[in-house]
Design a binder for this molecule. Structure first.
Ligand code: FAD
Ligand code: FES
Length: 261
């Protein structure tokens, strides 16, 4: 069930220049609603002039501790403000929002998932990787970044997944795009992806060509986050749908992306 919740910043760190990893705690663990991987929060920016809340993916949740983690990229005034928070400050969130990734409750031996994240798009994939690992499967994860300094959450992913890296400048892992990594071409039963749209389109084109089920998390611009303003619509095979309520995670077969877009 959706809630409006005040949470306190208990830790904030800088995993790479221009990014912040923010751990928030509810007053008591029972206050934190159940959140599934791929869902997001709408954050009230704690200043006096940013009117609209900003959508940020749920990067991780610890229901026992009542904590929720966000990974934020400084992309403008609102996210810069979040990157400069201090421990002890309070954030007001609406959560959990949208529909996330589906993970089989009892995966059989044919379940061999690949998670592909680019830039800050790795954020929702950490909670997903942990959820898959908790069901007894160690997923493959490809993390794409501009350079070694921008590889995000590598150690956190390594605790629960087989991690492969690509960088645009070749400073770590395979030189090139996520689709250039040999692990990308291995046989997988499903691909989950989040990152820049051209990256997701390239991953979707490969998945479609090889008949691999594929789910992508869209980051269309949002205002209300609740299905009321229609500013986040995406064209789908079922007409225009709000990404905030029908997504952000979509089966690529529901999208009208062409293979070469
Ligand atoms: C479902 C969802 C999940 C998201 N998860 C995360 C996350 O985990 N971490 C994170 O750092 N960011 C995430 N984003 C993107 C984040 O919401 C935007 O970067 C943020 O709203 C920009 O606000 P701002 O005030 O900093 O920048 P603004 O001053 O509003 O805009 C600065 C620049 O960012 C661009 N921008 C605005 N909204 C978006 C968007 N949705 N996607 C890409 N560019 C945008 C603007 O066009 C402009 O060029 C997510 C977005 C969505 C829709
Ligand atoms: S953001 Fe308002 S309808 Fe989706």
């Amino acid at each position: 069930m959706k809630k409006i919740l005040d949470m306190q910043v208990i830790r904030i760190s800088i995993p790479a220049p221009g990014y912040a990893h923010i751990v928030l705690a509810a007053d008591s663990p029972s206050e934190l609603p159940e959140c599934t991987p791929g869902q997001f929060v709408q954050v009230q920016i704690p200043d006096h002039d940013t009117f609209l809340r900003r959508p940020i993916s749920i990067c991780d949740v610890d229901p026992q501790e009542g904590t929720l983690t966000l990974l934020v990229r400084d992309a403008g005034r609102g996210t810069r403000n979040l990157c400069h928070l201090s421990a002890g400050q309070t954030l007001n969130l609406v959560l959990p929002l949208g529909h996330g990734f589906s993970v089989p409750e009892n995966p059989d031996s044919s379940y061999h998932p690949l998670l592909v994240g680019g830039g800050v798009g790795v954020a929702p994939l950490l909670y997903l990787a942990r959820a898959i690992n908790a069901r007894g499967v160690r997923p493959d994860v490809i993390l794409g970044a501009r350079s070694a300094a921008d590889v995000l959450l590598k150690e956190e992913f390594e605790r629960v997944a087989h991690v492969f890296i690509t960088t645009n400048d070749g400073s770590e892992g395979v030189h090139g795009l996520v689709t250039d990594h040999p692990a990308f071409k291995e046989e997988h039963s499903v691909i989950y992806c989040c990152g820049p749209t051209p990256m997701m389109k390239a991953v979707a084109a490969y998945a479609r060509a090889h008949a691999v089920p594929c789910f992508v998390s869209l980051e269309n611009m949002m205002a209300c986050g609740l299905g009321a303003c229609l500013c986040c619509v995406e064209k789908t095979v079922d007409g225009h749908l709000c990404v905030c309520t029908h997504g952000p995670v979509f089966d690529i077969n529901a999208l009208t992306w062409s293979d070469h877009a």
